[in-house]
Design a protein around this ligand. Sequence first.
Ligand code: GLN
Ligand code: ZN
Length: 763
Amino acid sequence: MAVVTGNLGFPRIGAHRELKFALEQFWSGNSETKQLQTTACELRKLHWRMQADSGIDQIPSNDFSLYDHVLDTAVLVGAVPARYGHQPDGVDLTTYFAMARGNDSAPAMEMTKWFDTNYHYIVPEFEAGMDFRVASHKPVEEFLEAKALGLMTRPVLLGPVSFVLLGKDRSQRLDRGAIVKALLEVYCELLKDLEHAGAVWVQIDEPCLGLDLAEFDLALFGKAYEQLVGCAPGLKLLLATYFSGLRQNLGRALSLPVAGVHLDLVRAPDQLLPALTEAPANLTVSLGLVDGRGIWRTDLDRAFKQARDAIGRLGPDRVQIAPSCSLLHVPVDLDGESHLDPHVRNWLAFAKQKLAEVKLLARAVTDPSPEVMEQFRENGRVLAERRSDSRVYEPAVRQRVAAITHEMFSRPSVFDVRTSKQSCVTPLPLLPITTIGSFPQTREVRQARAAYRSGRLPETQYEDLLRNQIKHTIRIQEEIGLDVLVHGEFERNDMVEYFGEQLKGFLFTSNGWVQSYGSRCVKPPILFGDVSRPRPMTVAWARYAQSLTRLPVKGMLTGPVTMLEWSFVRDDLTPADTCFQIALALRDEVKDLEAAGIRVIQVDEPALREGLPLRKSDRLEYLQWAVDAFRLATAGAKDETQIHTHMCYSEFQVILEAVKRMDADVISIEAARSEMELLDEFAEKDYPNSIGPGVYDVHSPRVPSSEEVETLVNKALRVFRRDRLWINPDCGLKTRGWEEVRLALTNIVAATRRVRDNPQAER
Ligand code: GLN
Ligand code: ZN
C-alpha cells in the first residue's frame, strides 16, 4: 500500500515572475482583464502539471492568488470594508485591487508580515454590519478548472479562526467569537459547494494554532470545527498547521473532529512522538518532512526515520508525506540555475525538487526498490560532501568566533562620555539633520548598473557615473544645509545583496525569486558557508565622498541581523553563530572606515524586529544574540566615532529593551506616518541615547510643507530632550524622485532652523 503524498501550496508568481509582469501590465492599463486571467490560468495549469508529474497525490487548488490568499479569503466571505463601496454581486477585480493597493478615494488595507516569513498579507478588517456571505466562487472554480484537466485537487482554504485572529477590528468593539460564528455559516456553504463539485479532501489552514493563544481563542477552534465537519459529512478536512510546533495546543488540535492534521516536522521535529501517541484512532497525520521555508536538500535518512516511526504507529493509510508548509516561500525550480557551481547546486532544492523528495520518501517507506535506495545513498553522499566543503567550513572563521571575548561587545566608554568626545571631533548644531542613506536611484543609475553587470558598460565608465552621482548628491546636501551627509548608495542594488556579493559564504541565484507581496518579489541570497570579508567593502566610496566635503559623511553598512533575516540561511549552523560571523566581518569594515577618516557610521537593522520568534518563550534568547551581534559589529569603534543605526516599520513595543541594549549613539526610526506616536514608547521607556524620528514619509509622493515638519519636530520635542534629538526622513530616499526629495529636504531644513532659533519649544 503506497503512502499518500501531499502538497500544501505552490509558488504562484511563476519561475520567471510571469504573474508579476502580467499584473504590472494590467495595473498600468496596458492589458485587459482577459490577458491577466489567461496568464493566471496558464500558471495554474503549469504548476498543477508540475506537481502531478512529481507524483504528488494531493495537489492543492485555490492556493493561487492574483495578490494574496488572505485578501482572497476576505473577498470570499464578503469581508469588504465599507470604504470600497457596496458589492452586491461579488467583488470585481477593480475593487479587489483597490483593497490591496488603494485608490483615489479609499486607502489600501493594511499589510503585514505573514508569521515569521518575508511574505506580506493583507490584514482583514472587520466592521460592524459586514455582510458575510459566499461572495466569490474561486475555490470551486479552481477546483473545477483542475478537474477539467483530469486532476483531482485538494482545495485550500484559510481557516475561519486564523482568518479572524489575523485580522483587526477597526471599531474595537466586535467580539471575535461572534465574527467566527458568523463566518462559519459562510464556510459551511463553501464546504458544501466543494463537496458538491466532487472534492474529497479540503485543506484548511490554521497556522494560528502554532502561536501562544489565550484560552478564549483556543476554544474558538473546538466550536468552529464541531460545526464545520457537520456541514459536509462527505468531505475530509485536513487541518494544516505550520511554522511552529503546536506545543501546548497539540492536544486540542489533535482532538478536533477533522479527518487529518498536518504538522510541521522541520520546525518542530519533536512534536512527532507526542502527536503519534495522542492522535485519536482514524486521524490521518500529514508529516511535514521537507522544509518549505529553506532551500536545502532534505536529509532523507532523517526524514525517512520520522516517516517510518509514524507508519509504524498509525499504519500507512493514516499517514501522508508533505513539505512542512506551503512552498510559497521558496523559488520554483533549481533547473534554471545553470550558472551555479554544480557542486553547490547539488546541495539545494527548490519547490520542484522538494516535491521529488516528498515522492522519494513515500516510495522509500513502502517500496524500497534498488533505484530508490541508490537515490538515498546519493543524497547521503551529497550531504557529506557539503559538510566537508572548504567553503562551508573555514577553520579560521570558526576560530575567530570561538575567540570572541566579553569586552568585544562593549564600546570603550558609556554613551555620555562618547557623546562629549564625539562633539569635539565632529561638532554639530542642535537638532542635527541627516538622511537614512540612499538617494534617488534614477533610471539612469539602474540602467548603468544593469549594463555594467552584463558587460555592456566598462567598469571605468560605470565608476565615473557613480562618482558623478556622489558628487552631485554631496553638493545638493551641502546646498540644502544638511549636517551629516551620505554618499547616496548609488553603487548598491540592494542593501543585503551588495554586501553578500563581497563576502565569502554567500551565493546568488539568477531566478530564485520569492513573492514578498502582490507583484513584488525578492531574490534572497543563499548564505551557504562560513562568512568572511576578503577585502574592505565600502571604504573606497566612503573615502571618495568624504574627500568632497568638510562636513561629516556617514558610512553606511547593513547590520548582521538584517543580512541574516533577508537571506536563506544555513541549516547546519545556528543562526546566532552565522550572525556572529557576519558581525565580525562588519566589525573589520567599521575599523577600516574609521581608519579612512569616516567619523559617523550607520549600521542598518530594519529586520531586527522581523526575526522575533513566534512564541514568547523563544524571544529572549533571540534578542540576546541578535543584539549581541549588532554590538559585536559596532563596539570596536572608538569613542569618537558616532555609531548610528536605523530601524523602520518595526513594532517597537516588544523589542524596546533590546533596542536600548544595542547602545547605538543615534537611532533613526520612521515616525512621520504615525505622526510621532512611536516616539512616546521611546520616551516612556526612557530611551537613553539620541534618536532621529522621521519627519518625512518616504513612501508617499507627497512633499511635507515646512510647517508640517515644524509641527512634527515640536511634537518630538515635547517628549524628547532637545540635545538628544536628530531630524531625518523615515527611511532611505531611493524610491523617490530628485525633485520631491530636494523640496522635502529643503522644507525639513527650514523647519528645523526655525525650531533651533526658537528656544520656547524646549520642554
Ligand atoms: N540605508 C538604507 C537606505 O537608505 C536603509 C534602508 C532600509 O531601512 N530598508 O536605503
Ligand atoms: Zn528604513
